[in-house]
Design a binder for this molecule. Structure first.
Ligand SMILES: *Cc1c(COP(=O)(O)O)cnc(C)c1O
Length: 448
Protein backbone atom coordinates (compact mmCIF):
# COMPACT_ATOMS: atom_id res chain seq x y z
CA UNK A 1 0.00 0.00 0.00
CA UNK A 2 2.74 2.50 0.83
CA UNK A 3 4.76 1.60 -2.27
CA UNK A 4 1.65 1.99 -4.37
CA UNK A 5 1.02 5.47 -3.01
CA UNK A 6 4.61 6.47 -3.68
CA UNK A 7 4.32 5.29 -7.26
CA UNK A 8 1.09 7.26 -7.65
CA UNK A 9 2.73 10.39 -6.26
CA UNK A 10 5.55 10.05 -8.75
CA UNK A 11 3.18 9.40 -11.60
CA UNK A 12 0.56 12.13 -11.10
CA UNK A 13 1.95 14.98 -9.02
CA UNK A 14 3.98 18.06 -9.80
CA UNK A 15 5.09 19.69 -6.54
CA UNK A 16 5.67 23.40 -5.88
CA UNK A 17 9.24 24.72 -5.80
CA UNK A 18 10.45 21.18 -6.45
CA UNK A 19 12.75 19.64 -8.99
CA UNK A 20 10.72 16.48 -9.50
CA UNK A 21 13.89 14.52 -10.20
CA UNK A 22 14.83 15.18 -6.56
CA UNK A 23 11.40 14.08 -5.38
CA UNK A 24 11.57 10.86 -7.37
CA UNK A 25 14.86 10.02 -5.68
CA UNK A 26 13.65 10.92 -2.19
CA UNK A 27 9.86 10.67 -2.04
CA UNK A 28 7.96 11.42 1.15
CA UNK A 29 4.26 11.22 1.94
CA UNK A 30 2.91 12.56 5.23
CA UNK A 31 -0.05 10.77 6.71
CA UNK A 32 -0.72 12.42 10.05
CA UNK A 33 0.52 14.87 12.64
CA UNK A 34 0.34 15.36 16.38
CA UNK A 35 1.77 18.29 18.29
CA UNK A 36 5.04 19.40 16.73
CA UNK A 37 5.60 16.11 14.91
CA UNK A 38 4.35 14.68 11.63
CA UNK A 39 4.31 11.04 10.59
CA UNK A 40 4.84 9.54 7.15
CA UNK A 41 3.04 6.57 5.59
CA UNK A 42 5.72 4.20 6.91
CA UNK A 43 5.05 5.39 10.45
CA UNK A 44 8.34 7.29 10.73
CA UNK A 45 8.03 10.43 12.86
CA UNK A 46 9.67 13.79 12.22
CA UNK A 47 9.92 17.03 14.13
CA UNK A 48 8.20 19.71 12.05
CA UNK A 49 11.34 21.85 12.12
CA UNK A 50 10.03 24.35 9.59
CA UNK A 51 6.41 24.54 10.80
CA UNK A 52 5.27 22.95 7.51
CA UNK A 53 6.94 25.82 5.66
CA UNK A 54 6.55 28.60 8.19
CA UNK A 55 2.91 28.12 9.13
CA UNK A 56 2.32 26.08 12.22
CA UNK A 57 1.77 27.72 15.60
CA UNK A 58 0.10 25.44 18.18
CA UNK A 59 1.15 22.11 16.73
CA UNK A 60 -0.87 19.69 14.61
CA UNK A 61 -4.26 18.34 15.63
CA UNK A 62 -4.71 21.00 18.25
CA UNK A 63 -8.04 20.03 19.78
CA UNK A 64 -9.41 23.57 20.05
CA UNK A 65 -8.59 24.36 16.42
CA UNK A 66 -10.04 21.07 15.17
CA UNK A 67 -13.23 21.77 17.12
CA UNK A 68 -13.56 25.32 15.83
CA UNK A 69 -13.69 23.96 12.30
CA UNK A 70 -16.16 21.20 13.21
CA UNK A 71 -18.41 23.69 14.96
CA UNK A 72 -18.42 26.02 11.96
CA UNK A 73 -19.15 23.08 9.64
CA UNK A 74 -22.44 22.59 11.44
CA UNK A 75 -23.48 26.04 10.22
CA UNK A 76 -21.97 26.52 6.75
CA UNK A 77 -18.63 25.91 5.03
CA UNK A 78 -18.55 28.85 2.65
CA UNK A 79 -20.54 31.75 1.29
CA UNK A 80 -19.22 34.70 -0.68
CA UNK A 81 -17.80 38.02 0.51
CA UNK A 82 -18.65 39.82 -2.73
CA UNK A 83 -21.19 42.41 -1.66
CA UNK A 84 -22.04 40.66 1.63
CA UNK A 85 -20.24 39.14 4.57
CA UNK A 86 -20.51 36.28 7.05
CA UNK A 87 -20.22 35.93 10.82
CA UNK A 88 -16.65 34.61 11.30
CA UNK A 89 -15.15 36.97 8.68
CA UNK A 90 -16.75 39.91 10.46
CA UNK A 91 -15.76 38.84 13.97
CA UNK A 92 -12.22 38.02 12.87
CA UNK A 93 -11.79 41.44 11.21
CA UNK A 94 -12.47 43.20 14.52
CA UNK A 95 -10.09 40.94 16.42
CA UNK A 96 -7.35 41.47 13.84
CA UNK A 97 -7.69 45.24 13.84
CA UNK A 98 -7.32 45.14 17.64
CA UNK A 99 -3.91 43.43 17.44
CA UNK A 100 -2.34 45.18 14.43
CA UNK A 101 -0.52 48.53 14.51
CA UNK A 102 -2.97 51.26 15.50
CA UNK A 103 -3.27 53.05 12.17
CA UNK A 104 -4.36 49.87 10.35
CA UNK A 105 -8.13 49.77 10.62
CA UNK A 106 -9.38 47.90 7.55
CA UNK A 107 -9.20 44.22 6.62
CA UNK A 108 -9.29 42.90 3.04
CA UNK A 109 -9.28 39.09 2.88
CA UNK A 110 -7.68 36.73 0.39
CA UNK A 111 -6.29 33.18 0.42
CA UNK A 112 -2.50 33.40 0.24
CA UNK A 113 0.38 35.68 1.07
CA UNK A 114 1.09 36.37 -2.59
CA UNK A 115 -2.50 37.52 -3.12
CA UNK A 116 -2.34 39.71 -0.03
CA UNK A 117 0.70 41.39 -1.58
CA UNK A 118 -0.91 41.74 -5.02
CA UNK A 119 -3.83 43.43 -3.32
CA UNK A 120 -1.55 45.82 -1.43
CA UNK A 121 0.21 46.77 -4.68
CA UNK A 122 -3.03 47.34 -6.56
CA UNK A 123 -4.55 49.30 -3.68
CA UNK A 124 -1.49 51.55 -3.48
CA UNK A 125 -1.53 52.11 -7.24
CA UNK A 126 -5.23 52.90 -7.38
CA UNK A 127 -5.12 55.04 -4.23
CA UNK A 128 -3.04 57.70 -6.00
CA UNK A 129 -5.28 57.55 -9.08
CA UNK A 130 -8.36 57.97 -6.92
CA UNK A 131 -6.98 61.03 -5.17
CA UNK A 132 -5.88 62.65 -8.44
CA UNK A 133 -2.15 61.85 -8.49
CA UNK A 134 -1.96 59.27 -11.29
CA UNK A 135 1.72 60.06 -11.95
CA UNK A 136 2.59 58.08 -8.82
CA UNK A 137 2.52 54.66 -10.44
CA UNK A 138 5.81 52.84 -9.94
CA UNK A 139 7.20 50.97 -6.95
CA UNK A 140 10.37 50.68 -4.97
CA UNK A 141 11.17 47.14 -3.88
CA UNK A 142 14.07 45.73 -1.95
CA UNK A 143 17.01 43.70 -3.22
CA UNK A 144 16.58 40.04 -2.30
CA UNK A 145 12.96 40.67 -1.40
CA UNK A 146 10.37 37.91 -1.62
CA UNK A 147 6.63 38.44 -1.60
CA UNK A 148 5.18 35.30 -3.20
CA UNK A 149 5.00 33.77 -6.65
CA UNK A 150 2.28 35.50 -8.64
CA UNK A 151 3.47 37.92 -11.30
CA UNK A 152 2.85 41.13 -9.34
CA UNK A 153 4.47 39.74 -6.21
CA UNK A 154 7.39 38.48 -8.28
CA UNK A 155 7.75 41.91 -9.89
CA UNK A 156 8.51 43.46 -6.50
CA UNK A 157 10.60 40.46 -5.52
CA UNK A 158 14.21 40.01 -6.44
CA UNK A 159 15.53 36.59 -5.64
CA UNK A 160 17.68 35.90 -8.67
CA UNK A 161 17.21 32.13 -8.49
CA UNK A 162 13.40 32.22 -8.45
CA UNK A 163 12.73 35.35 -10.43
CA UNK A 164 15.30 35.54 -13.23
CA UNK A 165 13.38 33.36 -15.69
CA UNK A 166 10.29 35.54 -15.50
CA UNK A 167 12.10 38.86 -16.06
CA UNK A 168 10.32 39.72 -19.31
CA UNK A 169 6.90 39.24 -17.68
CA UNK A 170 7.41 41.66 -14.83
CA UNK A 171 6.54 45.30 -14.37
CA UNK A 172 9.58 47.33 -13.52
CA UNK A 173 10.33 48.62 -10.06
CA UNK A 174 13.28 50.48 -8.60
CA UNK A 175 15.41 48.33 -6.32
CA UNK A 176 16.83 49.55 -3.04
CA UNK A 177 19.44 47.73 -0.96
CA UNK A 178 18.82 45.96 2.34
CA UNK A 179 21.71 45.60 4.78
CA UNK A 180 23.20 42.10 4.89
CA UNK A 181 25.75 42.46 7.64
CA UNK A 182 27.49 39.08 7.26
CA UNK A 183 28.29 39.68 3.59
CA UNK A 184 28.93 43.42 3.85
CA UNK A 185 32.37 44.96 3.45
CA UNK A 186 32.40 46.62 6.86
CA UNK A 187 30.65 43.83 8.76
CA UNK A 188 29.30 46.65 10.91
CA UNK A 189 25.51 46.80 11.33
CA UNK A 190 25.28 50.58 11.76
CA UNK A 191 27.51 51.41 8.79
CA UNK A 192 25.69 48.87 6.68
CA UNK A 193 22.30 50.24 7.71
CA UNK A 194 23.23 53.87 7.07
CA UNK A 195 24.69 53.12 3.64
CA UNK A 196 21.47 51.44 2.58
CA UNK A 197 19.27 54.21 3.99
CA UNK A 198 21.38 56.81 2.18
CA UNK A 199 21.00 55.00 -1.12
CA UNK A 200 17.26 54.73 -0.59
CA UNK A 201 17.03 58.44 0.18
CA UNK A 202 18.98 59.27 -2.98
CA UNK A 203 16.52 57.23 -5.02
CA UNK A 204 13.56 58.90 -3.31
CA UNK A 205 14.95 62.39 -3.89
CA UNK A 206 15.14 61.66 -7.61
CA UNK A 207 11.98 59.64 -8.14
CA UNK A 208 9.46 60.18 -5.34
CA UNK A 209 7.02 62.08 -7.56
CA UNK A 210 6.51 58.94 -9.62
CA UNK A 211 6.50 56.40 -6.79
CA UNK A 212 3.27 54.94 -5.43
CA UNK A 213 4.72 52.71 -2.74
CA UNK A 214 7.71 50.88 -1.37
CA UNK A 215 7.41 47.19 -0.50
CA UNK A 216 9.51 45.54 2.16
CA UNK A 217 9.51 42.44 4.35
CA UNK A 218 9.27 43.14 8.04
CA UNK A 219 12.57 42.87 9.96
CA UNK A 220 13.67 39.60 8.30
CA UNK A 221 14.08 38.76 4.63
CA UNK A 222 12.97 35.16 4.93
CA UNK A 223 13.33 33.60 1.50
CA UNK A 224 16.59 35.49 0.93
CA UNK A 225 18.09 33.32 3.68
CA UNK A 226 16.74 34.64 6.98
CA UNK A 227 18.56 37.95 6.72
CA UNK A 228 17.78 39.97 9.84
CA UNK A 229 17.75 43.74 9.36
CA UNK A 230 19.94 45.73 11.74
CA UNK A 231 18.24 47.83 14.39
CA UNK A 232 16.90 51.09 13.03
CA UNK A 233 16.64 50.02 9.41
CA UNK A 234 12.90 49.36 9.13
CA UNK A 235 12.06 52.48 11.14
CA UNK A 236 14.52 54.42 8.97
CA UNK A 237 12.68 53.24 5.86
CA UNK A 238 9.38 54.29 7.46
CA UNK A 239 10.73 57.79 8.08
CA UNK A 240 11.94 58.13 4.50
CA UNK A 241 8.60 56.94 3.08
CA UNK A 242 6.80 59.54 5.16
CA UNK A 243 9.27 62.27 4.26
CA UNK A 244 8.93 61.62 0.52
CA UNK A 245 5.20 60.87 0.47
CA UNK A 246 5.45 57.25 -0.60
CA UNK A 247 3.18 54.54 0.83
CA UNK A 248 4.91 51.80 2.81
CA UNK A 249 3.76 48.22 2.19
CA UNK A 250 5.08 45.89 4.86
CA UNK A 251 5.03 42.15 4.22
CA UNK A 252 4.39 40.31 7.49
CA UNK A 253 3.36 37.05 5.81
CA UNK A 254 6.29 35.13 7.31
CA UNK A 255 6.98 37.29 10.36
CA UNK A 256 3.44 37.96 11.58
CA UNK A 257 1.57 36.12 14.31
CA UNK A 258 4.28 35.77 16.89
CA UNK A 259 7.03 34.28 14.77
CA UNK A 260 9.68 36.84 15.75
CA UNK A 261 8.66 37.27 19.40
CA UNK A 262 6.21 40.12 18.72
CA UNK A 263 2.70 39.71 17.34
CA UNK A 264 3.93 41.56 14.22
CA UNK A 265 7.62 42.11 13.56
CA UNK A 266 7.18 45.82 12.78
CA UNK A 267 6.43 46.26 16.50
CA UNK A 268 10.15 45.70 17.16
CA UNK A 269 10.64 49.23 15.79
CA UNK A 270 7.23 50.79 16.37
CA UNK A 271 6.64 50.98 12.63
CA UNK A 272 3.13 51.75 11.34
CA UNK A 273 2.81 50.65 7.70
CA UNK A 274 0.25 52.12 5.29
CA UNK A 275 -0.50 48.65 3.99
CA UNK A 276 0.38 45.34 5.56
CA UNK A 277 0.11 41.79 4.22
CA UNK A 278 -0.30 38.81 6.54
CA UNK A 279 -1.00 35.13 6.05
CA UNK A 280 0.83 31.94 7.06
CA UNK A 281 0.35 31.80 10.87
CA UNK A 282 -3.06 33.51 10.79
CA UNK A 283 -4.95 30.20 10.99
CA UNK A 284 -2.32 28.49 13.13
CA UNK A 285 -1.25 26.65 9.98
CA UNK A 286 -4.64 25.08 9.32
CA UNK A 287 -6.35 26.73 6.36
CA UNK A 288 -5.51 29.26 3.64
CA UNK A 289 -6.49 32.73 4.81
CA UNK A 290 -4.56 35.93 4.13
CA UNK A 291 -5.21 39.57 4.85
CA UNK A 292 -4.22 42.97 3.52
CA UNK A 293 -4.57 45.62 6.20
CA UNK A 294 -4.81 49.29 5.45
CA UNK A 295 -5.55 52.69 6.92
CA UNK A 296 -8.82 54.59 7.02
CA UNK A 297 -7.23 57.20 4.76
CA UNK A 298 -6.60 54.71 1.96
CA UNK A 299 -10.02 53.11 2.46
CA UNK A 300 -11.69 56.53 2.20
CA UNK A 301 -10.03 57.17 -1.17
CA UNK A 302 -12.09 54.31 -2.64
CA UNK A 303 -15.38 55.26 -0.94
CA UNK A 304 -17.69 57.19 -3.24
CA UNK A 305 -20.71 56.87 -5.53
CA UNK A 306 -20.41 53.81 -7.74
CA UNK A 307 -20.39 55.89 -10.91
CA UNK A 308 -17.04 57.47 -9.95
CA UNK A 309 -15.54 54.00 -10.51
CA UNK A 310 -13.30 54.28 -7.48
CA UNK A 311 -14.26 50.76 -6.38
CA UNK A 312 -11.45 48.32 -5.71
CA UNK A 313 -12.16 45.77 -8.43
CA UNK A 314 -10.46 42.74 -6.97
CA UNK A 315 -11.60 39.53 -5.29
CA UNK A 316 -11.19 35.77 -5.06
CA UNK A 317 -13.77 32.99 -4.94
CA UNK A 318 -12.94 31.79 -1.44
CA UNK A 319 -12.24 35.18 0.12
CA UNK A 320 -13.47 35.32 3.73
CA UNK A 321 -14.08 31.57 3.89
CA UNK A 322 -16.00 30.71 7.08
CA UNK A 323 -13.98 27.63 8.03
CA UNK A 324 -10.72 29.56 7.66
CA UNK A 325 -11.97 32.59 9.57
CA UNK A 326 -13.45 30.41 12.33
CA UNK A 327 -10.15 28.63 12.90
CA UNK A 328 -8.29 31.97 12.76
CA UNK A 329 -10.51 33.33 15.54
CA UNK A 330 -9.74 30.30 17.69
CA UNK A 331 -6.05 30.65 16.83
CA UNK A 332 -6.10 34.22 18.18
CA UNK A 333 -7.89 33.10 21.32
CA UNK A 334 -5.18 30.51 21.92
CA UNK A 335 -2.49 33.13 21.32
CA UNK A 336 -3.94 35.08 24.21
CA UNK A 337 -4.79 32.17 26.47
CA UNK A 338 -1.39 30.53 26.13
CA UNK A 339 0.57 33.80 25.99
CA UNK A 340 2.33 32.53 22.86
CA UNK A 341 4.07 35.77 21.94
CA UNK A 342 5.63 36.28 25.38
CA UNK A 343 6.69 32.65 25.45
CA UNK A 344 8.38 32.82 22.03
CA UNK A 345 10.18 35.98 23.06
CA UNK A 346 11.44 34.29 26.21
CA UNK A 347 12.39 30.97 24.64
CA UNK A 348 14.15 32.74 21.79
CA UNK A 349 16.94 33.64 24.22
CA UNK A 350 17.33 30.01 25.14
CA UNK A 351 17.31 29.08 21.46
CA UNK A 352 20.00 31.68 20.83
CA UNK A 353 22.27 29.90 23.29
CA UNK A 354 21.56 26.53 21.71
CA UNK A 355 22.41 27.85 18.26
CA UNK A 356 25.66 29.36 19.53
CA UNK A 357 26.85 25.81 20.02
CA UNK A 358 26.92 25.46 16.24
CA UNK A 359 29.06 28.55 15.83
CA UNK A 360 32.40 26.75 16.07
CA UNK A 361 31.60 24.09 13.51
CA UNK A 362 33.97 24.47 10.55
CA UNK A 363 31.20 24.88 7.97
CA UNK A 364 28.92 27.24 9.89
CA UNK A 365 29.52 30.76 8.57
CA UNK A 366 26.68 32.77 10.05
CA UNK A 367 23.80 32.19 12.44
CA UNK A 368 20.85 34.53 12.03
CA UNK A 369 17.84 34.63 14.31
CA UNK A 370 14.88 36.75 15.29
CA UNK A 371 12.53 34.91 17.63
CA UNK A 372 11.72 31.49 16.16
CA UNK A 373 12.92 32.49 12.70
CA UNK A 374 16.44 31.16 12.18
CA UNK A 375 18.90 30.54 9.39
CA UNK A 376 22.26 28.83 9.62
CA UNK A 377 24.46 29.66 6.64
CA UNK A 378 26.88 26.91 5.65
CA UNK A 379 30.09 27.95 3.91
CA UNK A 380 33.05 26.20 2.37
CA UNK A 381 35.49 28.54 4.09
CA UNK A 382 34.82 30.30 7.35
CA UNK A 383 37.65 32.78 6.71
CA UNK A 384 36.85 33.89 3.18
CA UNK A 385 33.09 33.18 3.53
CA UNK A 386 33.33 31.32 0.24
CA UNK A 387 30.11 29.46 -0.51
CA UNK A 388 29.75 25.86 -1.58
CA UNK A 389 29.12 25.41 -5.29
CA UNK A 390 25.61 24.86 -6.62
CA UNK A 391 26.59 21.31 -7.61
CA UNK A 392 27.61 20.41 -4.07
CA UNK A 393 24.04 21.04 -2.86
CA UNK A 394 25.21 21.22 0.70
CA UNK A 395 21.99 22.67 2.17
CA UNK A 396 19.94 20.02 0.41
CA UNK A 397 22.17 17.18 1.58
CA UNK A 398 22.12 18.38 5.18
CA UNK A 399 18.33 18.59 5.06
CA UNK A 400 18.08 15.04 3.72
CA UNK A 401 20.32 13.90 6.55
CA UNK A 402 18.08 15.70 9.04
CA UNK A 403 15.10 13.93 7.52
CA UNK A 404 16.86 10.61 8.11
CA UNK A 405 17.53 11.68 11.71
CA UNK A 406 13.88 12.59 12.30
CA UNK A 407 13.35 16.25 11.46
CA UNK A 408 11.89 18.05 8.44
CA UNK A 409 13.04 21.37 7.10
CA UNK A 410 13.75 22.94 3.72
CA UNK A 411 16.95 24.80 3.03
CA UNK A 412 17.35 28.03 1.09
CA UNK A 413 20.48 27.32 -0.89
CA UNK A 414 23.04 26.57 1.80
CA UNK A 415 21.07 28.27 4.54
CA UNK A 416 19.51 25.72 6.87
CA UNK A 417 16.11 27.03 7.87
CA UNK A 418 14.96 26.46 11.42
CA UNK A 419 11.43 27.69 12.15
CA UNK A 420 9.85 25.36 14.71
CA UNK A 421 6.16 25.58 15.68
CA UNK A 422 5.72 28.38 18.23
CA UNK A 423 4.62 25.97 20.98
CA UNK A 424 7.93 24.06 20.89
CA UNK A 425 9.30 23.67 24.42
CA UNK A 426 12.92 24.24 25.43
CA UNK A 427 13.35 20.48 25.42
CA UNK A 428 11.92 20.20 21.90
CA UNK A 429 14.23 22.98 20.73
CA UNK A 430 17.26 21.18 22.18
CA UNK A 431 16.33 17.92 20.47
CA UNK A 432 15.84 19.68 17.15
CA UNK A 433 19.07 21.67 17.35
CA UNK A 434 20.91 18.45 18.18
CA UNK A 435 19.58 16.83 15.04
CA UNK A 436 20.69 19.85 13.05
CA UNK A 437 24.13 19.73 14.59
CA UNK A 438 24.57 16.04 13.93
CA UNK A 439 23.40 16.37 10.32
CA UNK A 440 25.71 19.31 9.58
CA UNK A 441 28.59 17.44 11.18
CA UNK A 442 28.03 14.17 9.32
CA UNK A 443 27.45 15.73 5.91
CA UNK A 444 30.18 18.35 5.97
CA UNK A 445 32.85 16.36 7.82
CA UNK A 446 34.10 14.83 4.60
CA UNK A 447 34.77 18.37 3.33
CA UNK A 448 37.41 19.26 5.90
C1 LIG B 1 5.47 32.83 2.11
C2 LIG B 1 5.61 34.28 1.86
C3 LIG B 1 4.80 34.94 0.93
C4 LIG B 1 3.82 34.20 0.04
O1 LIG B 1 2.80 33.61 0.75
P1 LIG B 1 1.96 32.42 0.05
O2 LIG B 1 0.87 32.14 1.03
O3 LIG B 1 2.94 31.28 -0.09
O4 LIG B 1 1.51 32.93 -1.24
C5 LIG B 1 4.91 36.30 0.80
N1 LIG B 1 5.80 36.98 1.53
C6 LIG B 1 6.60 36.40 2.42
C7 LIG B 1 7.55 37.23 3.20
C8 LIG B 1 6.56 35.02 2.61
O5 LIG B 1 7.39 34.43 3.44
Amino acid sequence: MTQELIEKSKKYLWLPFTQMKDYDENPLIIESGEGIKVKDIDGKEYFDGFSSVWLNVHGHRKKELDNAIKKQLNKIAHSTLLGMTNIPATELAEKLVNITPENLTRVFYSDSGAEAMEIALKMAFQYWKNIGKPEKQTFISMNNGYHGDTIGAVSVGSIELFHHVYGPLMFESYKAPVPFVYRSESGNPEICRDECLNQLEQLLIEKHDTIAALSIESMVQGAAGMIVMPEGFLSGVRELCTKYNVLMIVDEVATGFGRTGKMFACEHEGVQPDLMAAGKGITGGYLPVAVTFTTEEIYEAFYDDYSTLKTFFHGHSYTGNQLGCAVAIENLRLFEQDQIVAQVSEEAEHLHKLLLELKDMPSVGDIRQLGFMCGIELVKSKETKESFSLEERMGYKVSLKMRELGMLTRPIGDVIVFMPPLVSTMEDLSSMVNIMKQAIDEVTRSEF
